[in-house]
Design a protein around this ligand. Sequence first.
Ligand SMILES: CSCCC(=O)C(=O)COP(=O)(O)O
Ligand SMILES: [Mg+2]
Length: 228
Amino acid sequence: MTVIRAIVTDIEGTTSSISFVKDVLFPYARKRLPAYVETHVDTPELQHWLHEAAKEAGLVEASRQEVIDLLLRWIDEDRKSTALKALQGMIWKDGYASGEYRAHVYPEVAARLRAWRGDGLHLYVYSSGSVAAQKLFFQYSEAGDLTPLFGGYFDTETGPKREQASYEKIAAAIGEQPEHLLFLSDIVEELDAAKAAGFHTAWLLRPPLAMPAEPRHPAYTDFDAIAP
Ligand SMILES: CSCCC(=O)C(=O)COP(=O)(O)O
Ligand SMILES: [Mg+2]
């Protein structure tokens, strides 16, 4: 019997609702991005990510306004760009700190994460959101500060979530063979990539999503149904 030693979880659609990300976080960043860029334009971190975004789009000598327009378009397209995700994380910080919102987590998630940690399992996050955004998300969650539960965070700087190599890198960074790792996600292509790397997988299909008759991965409606 394989022993699961660590769990790697996705955020949006897995620990937390898609609507919190799409209807609260994305609009907050969209509204504030132009002013944020203007007021922080002299900071090296902002400069770096604006440059990376322009490079990703193949824009040469783009004006600041062109890069802002590009980023706003990418927010609308939900593009999983590392540069956009870094910038969104920087903007979201103010909203968490001022109490404008707290990150949604499904009702059973915090207790189940604590129970798994209590059983000796190590917990990690792998999300398209930047590592800084992931830490804010779990620090300011509706269930309180959950960051002490996690041993590490991975974002698209490790690689795209639909590529096998990303999961191989995560297993190496955790220091476990993939057969001892369980990946939780709502996106079947992410689970396919993790499985190809040798991970065990759990497909979260939160209600009202329908359970397929023959799911490609072990499928669950919530974390309490998963027995690692
Ligand atoms: C870190 S919270 C914001 C999540 C985000 O920006 C996103 O694109 C969600 O991606 P996930 O990989 O968690 O589905
Ligand atoms: Mg997801």
